[in-house]
Write a protein that binds this ligand. Structure first.
Ligand SMILES: Cc1cc2nc3c(=O)[nH]c(=O)nc-3n(C[C@H](O)[C@H](O)[C@H](O)COP(=O)(O)OP(=O)(O)OC[C@H]3O[C@@H](n4cnc5c(N)ncnc54)[C@H](O)[C@@H]3O)c2cc1C
Length: 430
């Protein structure tokens, strides 16, 4: 070793900026854009490739909730007990296209296996670890983009029709409190004082006063993407068809607009990430929980904060351009056409739960939630290729978890210690 090289120059110091790399992010949804921004903050030269404009995928039409309290995985004994009733009810929150069942079956079996109490507890802890820092990770990105007006931090409320379902969620509230979430239980009159527009059918509530929501989740991605470009980031529109990892430092992304060379790759293609992950040696049981929204431009009622109708499993969110009703799960894969009767179900329920609602001029939308059976995303390095990373599978929480995911990915690429153990989100956990 020559005498002027000190050991310090040979190791990566924690909490320092890494050497600049050429990084390509596949996917301009909220997860890809938030990750690109964090990578850019580390001084990397970042390009994002998407077949559409930023936020045009699932990130376009979500309910907008930064749901930091949502720490129970979907597969639980309670869900399993509810599934048969939900499936039998044509106005219920869950439906399966039976033609898709053979392809869905392996995912469903894993989902059922995740409902074992020990697994639920472990997955809940892993979700909570991400959720705890999720809002804090957003503020620097909102600050630098001037996007604060798009996020309102005035809480949200779960409304219950029956005392029985309110009591049934007691364990969830306990878990939330254990993880530091502020939750206030509301009586009938407290609930109606807070949300006068609610039907008297709703009798109990849980208020999360510290929660936040985006008043336009699509515009949020666009504003963040504009900030990324203003700071020198490149946005390329192309369909990614394949990836060829030549060696540790040379990766070729194949697109319909020609090949693209990079030295580090992040796959953040949401529900469409599975194929490329498999091409890179990592098969994952990624499927999609399709969800719908109805947007009411002049709803004729005013909500100060979003409401979750817990028994009906959908959300009403006040947005800058109207009221959004969003939710339901449809298991039908990526190729079947939308069934907008599912959106009509949301509207039918909302008319009963929010009397006086005006639906004139409403529009509908369907999006593909990227979902793994254990309700945890994939975040981290490929076990097969040193310079390939993944960030997908954020299911019902992609908006909430995007910024913290971006921060964790940037930490890992920089070899910087982070305060969250990434083992539960590894791609080879299945
Ligand atoms: C009804 C509904 C309500 C929701 N409500 C909430 C909520 O309140 N809070 C919350 O946190 N989350 C919510 N979600 C979930 C959230 O919207 C998703 O988890 C999130 O949008 C996923 O973001 P993403 O960036 O991973 O994927 P996406 O936004 O889908 O982005 C993936 C991108 O990859 C691109 N792409 C795909 N294939 C290719 C290809 N071959 N080449 C190039 N580009 C490609 C697509 O064009 C797309 O832009 C909701 C979802 C739905 C459906």
């Amino acid at each position: 070793m020559s005498s002027h090289i000190t050991p310090d120059l040979l190791t990566t110091k924690p909490n320092t900026k890494p050497a600049s790399r050429k990084i390509t992010v596949l996917g301009a949804g909220i997860v890809g854009i938030a990750s690109a921004l964090y990578l850019q903050r580390d001084g990397h030269s970042v390009t994002v490739i998407d077949q559409q404009g930023p936020g045009e995928g699932c990130s376009k039409g979500n309910a907008g909730i930064l749901a930091t309290e949502y720490m129970s995985p979907l597969a639980t004994p309670k869900t399993m007990r509810q599934v048969p009733r939900m499936l039998l009810d044509p106005r219920g929150p869950l439906c399966i296209r039976w033609r898709y069942l053979p392809r869905l079956l392996p995912w469903l079996l894993r989902f059922m296996a995740c409902a074992r109490p020990k697994t639920v507890a472990a997955n809940g802890r892993a979700l909570a670890a991400l959720l705890t820092g999720s809002l804090d990770a957003y503020w620097p990105l909102l600050d630098q983009a001037g996007a604060h007006p798009l996020v309102h931090a005035n809480g949200w409320v779960y409304a219950y029709e029956s005392e029985k379902s309110f009591v049934a969620d007691r364990k969830e509230r306990e878990l939330q409190r254990q993880h530091g979430t502020n939750v206030k239980e509301l009586t009938d009159s407290e609930l109606h004082e807070l949300v006068p527009a609610l039907s008297p059918r709703l009798r109990r509530g849980s208020l999360y006063p510290d929660a936040a929501h985006s008043v336009n989740s699509f515009r949020l991605v666009q504003v963040l993407a504009e900030d990324f470009q203003r700071r020198g980031g490149l946005l390329q529109r192309a369909i990614v068809t394949d990836v060829d990892v030549r060696d540790r430092h040379r990766i070729r992304v194949l697109t319909d607009a020609g090949p693209y060379e990079t030295d580090t790759l992040l796959i953040a293609l949401g529900a469409w990430s599975g194929k490329l992950a498999a091409r890179l040696g990592s098969r994952v049981p990624l499927d999609t929980e399709r969800g719908y929204h109805v947007m009411l431009p002049n709803p004729n009622i005013k909500l100060k904060l979003p409401i979750s109708f817990t028994e009906y499993k959908f959300v009403a969110t006040p947005m800058e351009h109207g009221l959004r009703l969003a939710g339901t799960v449809e298991l039908a894969g990526l190729n079947a056409p939308p069934n907008y009767k599912r959106a009509q179900v949301l509207l039918d329920h909302a008319r009963e739960l929010l009397p006086g609602l005006d639906a004139a001029g409403h529009t509908t939308w369907m999006g593909f939630r990227p979902s793994l059976p254990d309700s945890l995303p994939v975040i981290g390095r490929s076990p097969h290729h040193a310079n390939v990373y993944f960030a997908f599978g954020h299911q019902h929480l992609g908006l909430t978890l995007a910024a913290v995911t971006g921060r964790l990915v940037a930490d890992q690429i920089a070899d910087r210690a982070s305060n969250i153990d990434l083992a539960p989100y590894r791609i080879d956990r299945f």
